[in-house]
Design a protein around this ligand. Sequence first.
Ligand code: G6P
Length: 613
Amino acid sequence: MCGIIGYVGTKKCTPALIDGLKKLEYRGYDSAGIAVVQDGQIVRVRAVGKVAELEKAVAQDKPQGTCGIGHTRWATHGKPSEENSHPHTDCSGEIVVVHNGIIENYLTLKEKLQTLGHKFQSETDTEVIAHLIEENLKHTRSGSHEQRLFRAVMKTSAELHGAFAYGVMWAKTPRQIIGVKNQSPLVVGLGKNENFLASDVPAFLKYTSKVLFLEDGQTAVLTPDGVKLYGMDGQETKVKTTKISWDEKTAEKGGYKHFMLKEIYEQPQGLEDTLRTAREDFGRILGLKTTDLRNIKNVYLVACGTAYHAAMIGKYYLENFAGVTASVDLASEFKYRTIPPAENTLCIAVSQSGETADTLGAVKKAKELGFKRLAICNVLGSGLTRACNSVFFTHCGPEISVASTKAFTSQIISLYALAIFLGHASGNISQKVFNKLYKELMAVPKAVADTLKIEYDVRHLTKKIYKSDRFIFLGRNVDYPIALEGALKLKEISYVSAEGFAAGEIKHGPISIIDKGTPVLILMPKNLLFDKMLSACAECRARGAFVIALTTPDGKEEAAAVSDKQIIVPQASEYLQPVLDIVALQFFAYWVAKRLGRDIDQPRNLAKSVTVE
Ligand code: G6P
């Protein structure tokens, strides 16, 4: 996720900007830049890569000044490059903008601005903000430069759609930065004769712990002497500050103990951001000649690790909603098995990083076989996005914890969206059915937010069993991959043996490993297969297992009769239930590992992205 920093005060701002950017590095980024007002002009320095690269460039250019903004960019529109790095300017080069989020209507705005004569230098959505402010300034001629900029920014914000936070500086107002927040994070740090704007508190915690958390729709005007806050109606509102007692490390994690826990809690936002662009993006992807998705008859899904489990669920979706034959392969297996050549075949590669060597290898093979290739990926500009004909981005933001959580749920809903859009386009599902499925999909972020409330119950439950040396997870249908993922999460971070099985399979072998007290987590939301899962509970309990039933409110009583403990998650439609169920298992893995004192964010022997075969 992009990081914003701004400084206005009496000291030279460059060191505070670079410091701030370093503190925002944990958010993940591919390029960085700063802009400073120097002798009435904007001096801009940008670099691809790490902040260290920017620091080298800054050392050469030495921008001097007491007012500046900086940015770490996590690419969403346009590849990582110097031209696409922030800050972005208007045509005059006097207005500079840094931004985090997505401007959904940027193409419409860009076309409008281009017809008015504006020249764009980047592929980003951000640049429209700078040009729009420039345009709006032309219509605000009265008052001081400071007042004019404020009015132009207010007008601009009202024209933008989407989730965004941005900071603006104008060469003609060298003692003022304006910050706007709408659904993306933005905070203000209040110092003595100096004030800061940032995406997150660690960026300025070294200088001040007095913080103002902006609310959606608010605009902050920062000068060295103070900060003023305005609502959407342009009326000034009261500034309420908070004193932060976190140290820098805790602040990076937003007050959470681990990135994994923070990322579990970020899921509603990640899902909402992913879904925000789904209709438009899938519309574009389905219309592409290069993939010709409407005529696709066979699909191969390829992925590794957690992404593989999302791909497994994708198979159910594609077959059920789109009516195409789908198979799922571990990318490392797909590369070496015989795949018969076939027409109208699509390979879908699912990957958080887009750099997993096995997945890249599988896609290379798919290309050799003449298959069309679609990536579902979280990192713009990654190897995978370049190797495929089309890409759908999961906009859940960078994932720092090695154990994947929010990327997984965003992959599942992306595959669901793909399947229903494809099914609708090919005529496999009617408009009426599509509308119902789409509505259910849009309700998922809120349902996940409700599911987060079970953390306390799950935490409490793990107290009794965290010392077990073996855990078993059972699921059926779309919850079968969830059982596998629940087991994977647990073994990744707790280092204990955990296995997931299709519930119907336990009687064919796995039941022999159940001993007295073995914890068995059974995924049994109240749906068509509920009765079958009641039998699975009984079978395991008869062998002495400690049965934990993960069910929905309607299944609670019956589940309680055949299990030792119950975890109750909200009810969703059958095919979207996995997104809620996995949240419970993420908490489960987290709390077992936490009680065992494991290194949760950096578990032994594992890498976030495996770039070797
Ligand atoms: C590594 C990570 C896993 C991840 C897998 C695939 O093994 O530790 O968490 O699921 O790679 O990564 P990708 O970036 O392709 O989704």
